[in-house]
Ligand binder design. Structure first.
Ligand SMILES: Nc1ncnc2c1ncn2[C@@H]1O[C@H](COP(=O)(O)OP(=O)(O)OP(=O)(O)O)[C@@H](O)[C@H]1O
Ligand SMILES: [Mg+2]
Length: 219
């Protein structure tokens, strides 16, 4: 899946307040299977950008083409279908459902076909090293384990691109590295593109493609 961004702008406008320009004329292309690390100081718009690329938010102006299709030309229902079929998203805070077990949480994106997807969900959990915890509730897991479940949930629809927004932000370094390695392995093994927001300088040094955002622009 090829993602192409043209002249993307995002600003917030509020009555009786100044406009806040977050993203300014972003141009960018992410080719299928690419691993991209997105860095930049707090508040520059990293989350805003990947929420737009993940079709969860609309830009103020500009285009996002997925395999040549102008996405924001379409209605929300269309965006939902693309999201459900092609995109996996891992949030900074995992947003697991507290009243669902680990296994059920992973099946949420495919709930209508949950029986059909059961074996696959357990396979993903196994790779994440958590199969033996499938019947547990999120509150019974550590922060790193919860984040691994959130990654498993992002993979259940076999996404062609995975967005991860500082998935290791609130974890210790070692656990954080494990999570990041898991994401990179998944990308390598499935061929899905990966766009990872991080503050980790080591990842940056590993010379994956790095995109730096400063003052709303790509450096
Ligand atoms: N609804 C809103 N109205 C006004 N400003 C907003 C709104 N939502 C977000 N912002 C602003 O947009 C800017 C970019 O936010 P964003 O969450 O994308 O930053 P970030 O680069 O992900 O930062 P961090 O590293 O802290 O997660 C921030 O200055 C934020 O205050
Ligand atoms: Mg953010």
């Amino acid at each position: 899946m090829n993602i192409k961004v043209e002249n993307l702008n995002k600003q917030y406008t509020k009555k009786n307040s100044v406009d806040v320009k977050i993203l300014k004329n972003i141009n960018l292309e992410i080719k299928s299977g690419q691993k991209v690390v997105l860095i930049g100081p707090s508040g520059v718009g990293k989350s805003t950008l990947i929420h737009i690329l993940g079709l969860m938010d609309r830009p103020t102006s500009g285009k996002v083409y997925i395999d040549g299709i102008d996405c924001f030309d379409k209605d929300d229902k269309y965006l939902r279908v693309i999201r459900r079929n092609y995109i996996g998203f891992v949030f900074q805070f995992h947003y697991l459902m507290p009243d669902f077990t680990v296994l059920e949480n992973i099946l949420i994106p495919v709930w209508k076909n949950k029986e059909l997807k059961l074996k696959q969900a357990q396979g993903i959990l196994n790779k994440a090293g958590l199969l033996h915890r499938q019947a547990h509730y999120p509150s019974e897991l550590s922060g790193g384990e919860q984040q691994r479940v959130a990654i498993a949930r992002a993979l259940i629809n076999n996404p062609r691109v995975i967005f991860a927004d500082e998935p290791t932000g609130n974890l210790d370094r070692r656990t954080g590295l494990e999570i990041e390695n898991l994401l990179f392995d998944v990308s390598t093994n499935t061929g899905a593109a990966l766009v990872l927001v991080t503050h980790d300088e080591d990842l940056v040094k590993k010379a994956y493609r790095v995109i730096k955002i400063i003052d709303g622009c790509i450096l």
